[in-house]
Design a protein around this ligand. Structure first.
Ligand SMILES: [Zn+2]
Length: 408
């Protein structure tokens, strides 16, 4: 196995979560007795370039297809986040009807719809046909394909180079970072701007977010590594923002290395210094992550055992990838947790991968009155706890498990 960026041999393990089923592949009732495919969740760190990665073990085509069940628009805070971004970029870049915006992994049009509203030409690129259909209803044109260098060459041959290219939470999903960034470099106009948002490994390490590791994420990035990857393909980062999304993300702003007008902002050097002081510029900052995950697993198993011993009823909220990694790594399933609530209609009636906990609508909480509700997507915990505040009436308690077990 070799590093997907620098091709160095991969030997050093960052964390091993074992063999887990695909985190977004929910199970139908008639599949419950069939054996699920499991994949190694052994994450390596390249000792040469420090890119943290899972070697691509199944083809991306198997994952982001018409069965893909993540619709961005279901998370309200995420749609608000997108609107703020659009307003900001329109002002900053003075985008208008003559501009062209491309979003990679545009999902259901949650973001580009705001450009459409402002009459700014745009194109979404996303391989999931069902998401593209939902985008189309919002007036967002979508090219149903993976973004690759080949596609970028095709679009630029059609004179469709972009003033702004953006990719939110897609970079970590890319099995070949070199092909992806080289494509962006081709599709970007000489004075164009690229923005990418991705979870920041510094936060993942600091806050024990081992549950963000799942089979759709091939890489976990530090700022320094991203800077190196972009530089190889003729792009230069001139600004960066730290965002609270997904437990702590980065939004980088980049341009062509040949662009003389965009000066490097102070935030860039500040962040490099912060990574250096966290030890992320050498291998020492990446050890001990496994032990932290083991400690949380132990504490969670003890808590669940104690609650079940008292005869308490446990439910969970949020049938997303994070929660599946967490529950399957902890080995907690339908014997302990009665059901998991999720608002996405496409998920209701199905069962979580591995743990086989049934996914139901929120009404079930009102009917069953659980004593404990585990909020699995800890990044939306405030929003979810507010939404479920009525369950305090019968004394329900909420739990989040990352960065540590908290009951409130
Ligand atoms: Zn490497």
């Amino acid at each position: 196995m070799n590093c997907q960026f620098c091709n160095n041999n991969l030997e050093k393990v960052f964390i091993d979560l074992g063999q887990l089923p695909s985190a977004n592949r929910l199970v139908r009732r008639d599949q419950l007795n069939l054996e699920e495919l499991r994949y190694s969740h052994k994450v390596f760190i390249c000792e040469e370039c420090l890119l943290v990665q899972i070697p691509a073990f199944h083809k991306a085509q198997d994952m982001f297809n018409e069965n893909y069940v993540y619709f961005s628009s279901f998370a309200k805070s995420w749609v608000d986040h997108a609107r703020e971004y659009v307003d900001k970029m329109i002002n900053k870049m003075k985008l208008d009807a003559n501009s062209f915006v491309v979003e990679i992994a545009s999902n259901d049009g949650y973001l580009l719809q705001h450009f459409v509203e402002r009459y700014i030409p745009c194109l979404g690129i996303d391989p999931a046909a069902n998401c593209a259909k939902a985008a189309h209803k919002k007036g967002v044109k979508t090219c149903i394909e993976f973004f690759t260098t080949k596609l970028a060459q095709k679009l630029s041959a059609q004179r469709r180079q972009a003033d702004l290219i953006l990719g939110n939470n897609v970079f970590a999903h890319v099995p070949d970072v070199n092909d992806f960034i080289s494509g962006i470099s081709i599709l970007l106009k000489a004075d164009g701007i690229l923005t990418l948002e991705f979870p920041h490994i510094a936060q993942m390490i600091k806050n024990n977010q081992f549950d963000t590791i799942y089979d759709e994420h091939f890489s976990y990035f530090s700022f320094q590594v991203v800077q190196k990857i972009l530089a190889r393909h003729g792009l230069r980062i001139f600004d960066v923002e730290e965002l609270p999304t997904h437990g702590g993300s980065l939004r980088i702003f980049a341009c062509k290395s040949t662009n003389k007008f965009l000066k490097v902002k102070q935030a860039v050097n500040k962040l490099l210094e912060a990574e250096q002081s966290q030890g992320l510029l050498n291998i020492s900052g990446y050890v001990d992550f496994q032990n932290k995950a083991k400690d949380i697993r132990g504490a969670f198993q003890t808590l669940v055992r104690a609650e079940k011993g008292k005869g308490n009823k446990i439910a969970a909220y949020g049938a997303a990838a994070k929660g599946n990694t967490f529950l399957n790594y902890c080995g907690i399933g339908s014997h302990s947790i009665d059901f998991v609530v999720d608002d996405t209609p496409a998920k209701q009636g199905l069962f979580l991968p591995g743990s086989h906990i049934p996914v139901v609508e929120e009404q079930k909480i009102k009917d069953e009155k659980p004593d404990l509700i585990i909020i699995l997507p800890w990044n939306f915990s405030t929003e979810i706890a507010d939404k479920l505040a009525y369950s305090r009436e019968w004394g329900a308690r909420f739990i989040t498990c990352i960065p540590k077990i908290s009951i409130y």
